[in-house]
Structures are given as C-alpha cells and as structure tokens.
Design a protein around this ligand. Structure first.
Ligand code: ADP
Ligand code: MG
Length: 339
C-alpha cells in the first residue's frame, strides 16, 4: 500500500518546484499576506515555507496529511472547483509519502503554536507508526511547512532531476510568477544560510509594479495592458474574462516570458503561448521575444476535468474562441501603440 501511495505521490509532486506551488497555493488560500521561502540544495534537502495566514486548528492536525483531507469543500458550489483541477486534499498527503514533512502552526485564538511530524499520510513522532499528539511550541500566527529530503525513498524520481541549481531556478520561477499574480502579498525566497534573499517583493498594489521589481524597469516602461470580458449569460461556460499585461514592440527580450494563470492557478498552454507569440511576428525584430502575463478567469466547469492539477498543460472549453479574442486584443493594443 505504501509503495502504491509513493508512486501516486510522485505523480502529484514531480519536483521541488511542484511541491512549492502547492504550498504557495495553500498559503494564499489561508489568506496570507507574507510568504517566506527557504531552500537548500534546490529544495531537495530542504523546502520551507512560512506564512502569516489563518493557521491550522490543533484538532485538524491529526488528519492533515491523510489523502482527501481538505477544509475547502464546505459548500456544494465548491464541487465545481474540484472538477476544475480534479483533485483535492492530496498535496500534503503526497508530500508526507515522499519526504520528511513537518508543520508548525498557530491560529489567532491559540495561546501557543503546535508542531507535528508526518510520514506516510500519518501524524507521527519517534518510531514509525507511532501516533502521538502534536507538541506545543513557540510560534507566530500562521503556518510553517517544512519538507526535508524530498524523494529520499523514490530514487527513480530523484534521478530524473538534473541538478540542484536547475531545481532552484525552477523554484525562483514559480515564486516570481506567483508574486506577479498576487501583488498584495509580500514574497521572499532565499537559500539556507544566505543573508540576502535572492528574491523579495514587498506588497505592491498592481502586477505591473511587481513586474517592474522582478523583471526590471526597461520592461515595465514598455508594458501595455488590456482586458477582455466575454459576458455571455447563457451558456455559462462561455462567460470569461482576461487581464493581460504585455511588452510593446520596444522591448526585445531573448526568450519569451509567458505567465499564465487560469482561475488563479499557474498553468501552461503551449497553444495559447504560440498564438500570442505569433501576434508579435513582424513587430519584433527577428530573434527577439515578448513578455506576456495573462490572468484568465473562466467558468471552473469549463476546465478539462481529466487533467491532473500538476499536469501543466491545461485544456478548456471554447479554447479556440478565447485564444482568438485574447490575441485580437493584443494585436489591437500593439497597433494602437504603433500609430
Ligand atoms: P487542499 O489544498 O486541496 O485542501 P492540501 O493537501 O493542499 O489540500 O491541504 C490540506 C488542508 O490543510 C487544507 O485544506 C487546509 O485546511 C490545510 N492547510 C494546508 N496548508 C495550510 C496553510 N498554509 N495554512 C492554513 N491551512 C493549511
Ligand atoms: Mg492545497
């Protein structure tokens, strides 16, 4: 059973950056305004996230890392959210199967923080299989999740990864993108023992301010923005909206930078990326590339239910129509700027 769970966990958590993505989303769901990440050896030795969110009640700690344990299914309408990304309550469970997972957490009303260790889906301490109550400890309001020795028991998964510096770059990439998408949240990301964080954003108020901080003034100066709203009252799956911030013809990056969030989740769509890159053909000098940040909100039921949350390529209903309208809006904005 543990072997099967370990394999399943490897499907949810591919690499340190995919674990981090789940942790960041949990912190955002918990209402955090500050998210601090610490990394050792590309996240393989240590991946730690500290937030200032609502915390986890002590009573919820014993089952926290059991599969399908979630606090996010209170209302029937939430069922549509499950179908959005297919799976719920799997992230922490998966991490507990392929790493040493510990949690320190404190809610506002708790007099002290609680610390708990997990393995194979279970709360534990000391000898494997032995379940003990969480321990009282000092701590601030919010949650610290610590993942150590990721993939220590799944050598195949471990050997599929290239280098710790590559994994670290992917971590920075995930943090950068979530920071742009959540400009009111302060993010930091640093290596263990280093005094200055590699990445730090204060809470700014707009994505463009955060883009300026993370990608530089040259880009931010050349940014254009547009939005598309498609308000079809019936059928529901055809109502959606997009907010786009993108570089003008004056910005000539080397590689395309494409940030795609669908319903606040970082995803990839090579079709969408290609279509938007094409808009720049003939506008940008050959060999140079644009920057595009797209915040797309669609009916959750329109996202492909068969795609696992961590499968990056996402598909959705009316894909073609949405891609076309978003590309048109980019084309118009670039043309207006060019005149
Ligand atoms: P899901 O996010 O789908 O509910 P997870 O396995 O990611 O499943 O998390 C399980 C539960 O643990 C969440 O529903 C939430 O109640 C709690 N949780 C996880 N991380 C945090 C956090 N940083 N702050 C508060 N609660 C958290
Ligand atoms: Mg989660």
């Amino acid at each position: 059973e543990n072997l099967i769970n370990r394999i399943a966990a490897g499907e949810v958590i591919h690499r340190p950056a995919s674990a981090l993505k789940e942790l960041i989303e949990n912190s955002l769901d918990a209402g955090s305004t500050s998210i601090r990440i610490t990394v050792k050896d590309g996240g393989l030795k240590l991946l730690q996230l500290q937030d200032n969110g609502c915390g986890i009640r002590k009573a919820d700690l014993p089952i926290l890392a059991e599969r399908f344990t979630t606090s996010k299914l209170q209302q029937f309408s939430d069922l549509s959210k499950i179908s959005t990304y297919g799976f719920r309550g799997e992230a922490l469970a998966s991490m507990s199967y392929v790493s040493h997972l510990s949690v320190v957490t404190k809610t506002q009303t708790d007099p002290c923080a609680w610390k708990a260790f997990y393995a194979y889906g279970k709360l534990m301490e000391g000898a494997p299989g032995q379940t003990v109550d969480p321990k009282a400890c000092a701590g601030n309001d919010g949650t610290i999740i610590t993942i150590e020795d990721l993939f220590y028991n799944t050598p195949t998964r471990l050997s599929a990864l290239r280098s710790t510096s590559e994994e670290y770059n992917r971590i920075l990439d995930v943090v950068t993108k979530y920071a742009v998408h959540n400009p009111t949240v302060a993010f930091t990301c640093k290596k263990v023992g280093s005094t200055s964080p590699e990445l730090t954003t204060p809470s700014t108020n707009t994505p463009v301010n955060t883009i300026r901080m993370l990608y530089g003034h040259t880009l931010a100066r050349e940014m254009l923005s547009s939005s598309v709203t498609c308000d079809a009252s019936v059928p529901q799956s055809e109502s959606w909206k997009a907010e786009i911030h993108f570089s003008s013809a004056n910005y000539q990056g080397k590689k395309t930078i494409f940030l795609l969030f669908i319903n606040h989740r970082l995803v990839e769509s090579s079709r969408l990326k290609r279509a938007l890159e094409n808009v720049y053909t003939g506008i940008l000098p050959k060999g140079t590339s644009p920057f595009i940040y797209l915040n797309l909100q669609i009916d959750p039921r329109a996202v492909d239910v068969n795609v696992h949350p961590t499968k990056k390529e996402v598909h959705f209903l009316n894909e073609e129509g949405i891609i076309e309208k978003v590309a048109d809006s980019l084309t118009d904005a670039l043309a207006a700027k060019g005149e």
